[in-house]
Design a protein around this ligand. Structure first.
Ligand code: ADP
Length: 162
């Protein structure tokens, strides 16, 4: 059974993330979406809200589950889940340096867990959670960037008047 982890902060999940998750689910027998928390960043959505949104968005994918990582090393989380792979999306330029560094570190930590990069689809290559948060705060159009359930949550956060 080939198992993969799709890690991220998902604050909130976007269509770009979901495209990567769907493509990973076509290649691996099971995919665990891992919500990682960054103690240095103040998130917009709580871990519970992010879990709920991701569960709603992946309901149609029977081999995908969602979990929150309690902190600690990603390779440890992957090992505990019985996963052999970490799958990440790669947007042009911006992701490369950081992802390269993390991939190298994870390889040093556990050589048995392989990192796979899936190229971002061109229509999502500019898309990030931070752009979505910013647009939502200004009342911008979100329908091509996030699924309807996530758009509704963003509207709730920033007020229905927007
Ligand atoms: P963001 O950078 O949007 O805040 P995360 O930290 O949650 O997103 O990213 C988790 C993973 O998803 C990373 O591997 C990141 O490169 C990937 N990812 C994020 N947005 C996209 C996108 N639009 N297309 C492809 N991959 C993406």
């Amino acid at each position: 059974m080939k198992k993969a982890i799709c890690p991220g902060s998902f604050d909130p999940v976007t269509n770009g993330h979901l495209d990567i998750i769907r493509r990973a689910a076509r290649t691996f027998d099971h995919v665990t979406v891992a919500i990682l928390t960054n103690p240095r960043k103040q998130p917009l959505f709580t871990v519970e809200e992010r879990l709920e949104m991701l569960n709603e968005c992946t309901r149609d994918l029977p081999n995908v589950s969602v979990a929150a990582s309690e902190g600690g090393l990603l390779v440890e989380f992957a090992r505990a889940q019985g996963a052999q792979a970490i799958v990440k999306g790669l947007r042009p330029i911006q992701d490369f340096e950081y992802e390269w560094q993390m991939g190298m570190v994870n390889m040093e930590l556990n050589d048995e867990i392989e990192t796979y990069f899936l190229m971002s689809r061109k229509e999502y290559s500019y898309l990030s959670s931070s752009i979505v948060r910013e647009l939502a705060s200004l009342g911008g159009k979100l329908d091509l960037l996030v699924p309807p359930n996530v758009e509704a949550r963003l509207r709730q956060k920033f007020g229905a008047a927007r």
